[in-house]
Design a protein around this ligand. Sequence first.
Ligand code: NAP
Length: 245
Amino acid sequence: MTNAPEKQHILITGATSGIGKQLVKDYLLDGHHVHAVGRDDEALAELKALGAETIDLDLMDREKVIAAFDKISQIDVAICGAGMCEYLDMPNFDSSVFMKVMSVNMGTLSHAIEGVLPKLIASKGRLVGIGSASAYVPFARAEAYGSSKAAIHYLMKTLQISLAPQGVSVSLVVPGFVETPMTKQNDFPMPFIQTPKQASQAIRDGIASGHDVIEFPKKLTLPLKALGTLPDLVWQRVSEKMNKK
Ligand SMILES: NC(=O)c1ccc[n+]([C@@H]2O[C@H](COP(=O)([O-])OP(=O)(O)OC[C@H]3O[C@@H](n4cnc5c(N)ncnc54)[C@H](OP(=O)(O)O)[C@@H]3O)[C@@H](O)[C@H]2O)c1
């Protein structure tokens, strides 16, 4: 475990739902100061009543994000969890869906990074981005979501190198499946699905331990990661089989 200060200033995007909402609640219970970012007024009011400082913000608006985060006096940990998922169904390659998923997942993250970075440099803090185990193996229908998450993996891993001289640590979170509004649309088996509480615990433990990569549950992420490193013919067979189910 790192020597983390007792009370930290934590900013969370995607705070109004699923994993992010659970993280806000748990960090508040642990006595931390939480800035909860989202657009859903009802959820923001609920988090405010629990003690969070809320920021009603569309993270796709770069100028507004930079202005809003500039007003925050201190950020020790920034967890960028906002995102979306829509699937493609071949042979209809709907490029508007592809571009929406790519731009929301990359835009919400990159605008948040630009906004929080001056604060994280000042605090020598930690930037946390959320990828996905879907980036380990190419799965049909996840052409858009998986591509956006693969890009996030690359981004967070490059920032681990490029922000080190500034004293900013960077973590990549790689969840398997978590029971949230996002996965409600999934009509396929979701092995080892986690509750938001389990996901929040794994993420908070990983951050407190200073891990570069926070993967969970390992019984899903490790085999998938290994599968993705095998010769193309091997993972292609598995992925094809899953697509036929
Ligand atoms: N659930 C899983 O199985 C799973 C697995 C792997 C990775 N992940 C990743 O984990 C993260 C959280 O997922 P989740 O399952 O908790 O999803 P979720 O319940 O659908 O929540 C998504 C969050 O993103 C926010 N968001 C989306 N677009 C936004 C925008 N333009 N501006 C501000 N906020 C925006 C939403 O806020 P508003 O509703 O307030 O706009 C919401 O709080 C995502 O990055 C997801 O890809 C999830």
